[in-house]
Design a protein around this ligand. Structure first.
Ligand SMILES: [Cu+2]
Length: 87
């Protein structure tokens, strides 16, 4: 009922590809902040998205009752390389 790792750090506007392995019953991978909602069957599921805002956001399994039982992870989005100050 948790993800490993529990924290990922990415850059804003970077194309993110996550290959998520699920060795358990059906789960989901949800980052509400970026409207990412993917069902994880057994095996590996690829999730792609591009974070468009800076900050700290949580990801979790959105299957009913799993959210409450699970341990959310944190995705930290940092400024793009070469951008010193965000407006
Ligand atoms: Cu789950």
């Amino acid at each position: 009922m948790g993800f490993t790792p529990t924290e990922i750090i990415v850059q804003k506007r970077e194309s993110i590809i996550l290959d998520i392995a699920n060795k358990d019953i059906i789960h989901a991978f949800d980052i509400d902040a970026f409207d990412v909602h993917t069902i994880l069957q057994g095996g590996t599921t690829r999730v792609t998205f591009t974070p468009n805002k800076i900050g700290s956001f949580s990801y979790h399994c959105g299957i009913p009752r799993h959210t409450e039982a699970g341990i959310p992870g944190t995705i930290s989005v940092i400024p793009e390389r070469g951008v010193l100050k965000e407006k």
